[in-house]
Design a protein around this ligand. Sequence first.
Ligand SMILES: [Fe+2]
Length: 428
Amino acid sequence: VRCSVEPMLRASPETLQARFLRVRAQTEALCAELSAEDAGAQSMPDASPAKWHLAHTSWFFETFVLSNTPGFRAFRPEYGYLFNSYYEALGARVARAARGLITRPPLSEIYEYRRVVTARVAELLETAHGPTDALRALVELGVNHEEQHQELILTDVKHLLGQSPLAPVYCSSLPAEPAAAVSMALPAHVFREFAAGLVPIGHDGPGFSFDNEGPAHLHYLLAYALGTRLVTNGEYLEFMRDGGYERAELWLSDGFRWKKQNDVSRPLYWDASTGELVQVFTLGGPRPLALDEPVCHVSYYEADAYARWSGARLPSEAEWEHAVRHEAVDGNLLETGRLHPRVLRALTENQSFGDVWEWTSSAYSPYPGYRTLDGALGEYNGKFMCNQMVLRGGSCVTPRAHIRASYRNFFPPETRWQFAGIRLARYS
Ligand SMILES: [Fe+2]
């Protein structure tokens, strides 16, 4: 089996059982070319081994779906300690930074765990009258949770392979990248205007959403303008050449301190050891920097400093959501198989979905009237609503079925290993 991100044929409309089985198989396909050594290593405390992701996503179904069924017996009782991520209500667990030390059970046993859990959940969904609403809701949450971890597998594997002096290629079946980019004369930044007004924000309608996307509510926006495309590597390079990383007046205080403490002078995965000719590490191995590709792997601090340098600002999450509310979800998402941001292909393309997560100026906070789910699942989102910034739009490693206009991703402002980039905004 080669690693594959090609979507399997799906019936329309797809049953929950079919979606469940497709997502479970997709996770395994993403790991198919990882050796046991690749899958077990942890490159930093924020990144988890692929083996841990494979197990944790199964633990999630076992804990929140299967454990409520008659005659349930855990696959291995100790897995609760090994593969619980952060649920305090469910007890003690391995420290996040020590996940790479779980060398036993072996990877083969984790795959056996996956087979058993997949079969049991699929069987539950097979009932004559269809699953109950409560069961459906839990399985849908588990499927969406697993899609989040598919993205994390790719970001974490990229970070791991990026540490190797051999700069290995993640997957031999990635599409070939065009040769070094030649500037295709991208137009100067264009801004689309939006009128002031009270606009609907948040998920409101059919289909799955996480609890943090609601309740839907009205939000007042001043007149603003939003960049019609993402900021490119070439534009970011101009910021660097203009002394952007050294000019304190462009930076937030926290950001300037972070930059100095960590000796940051370029986006993550840019290797300038060859001089002006920057090499970039990708999941397809090292490549020359393509000037017209969206800039990627920058922190909130860098995105904010760039925006200030360019005479603009980052959009708020409400400005972003209002602008894309009626757009179809399409773009360079996981299913293109590129696993890297893509050069703008047409001037009508605005890169809202896919390519890179877009940092917003919004702190991750609850919407008015927000309530967490009952029980341990109340820990899924709500307890993280402090000291993080919201990102919107999904990236080149986000599954298409996972992203929507109301989706709120969140990371601390210094985060760089996620596929995160920059869209500009300004007041009209
Ligand atoms: Fe998780």
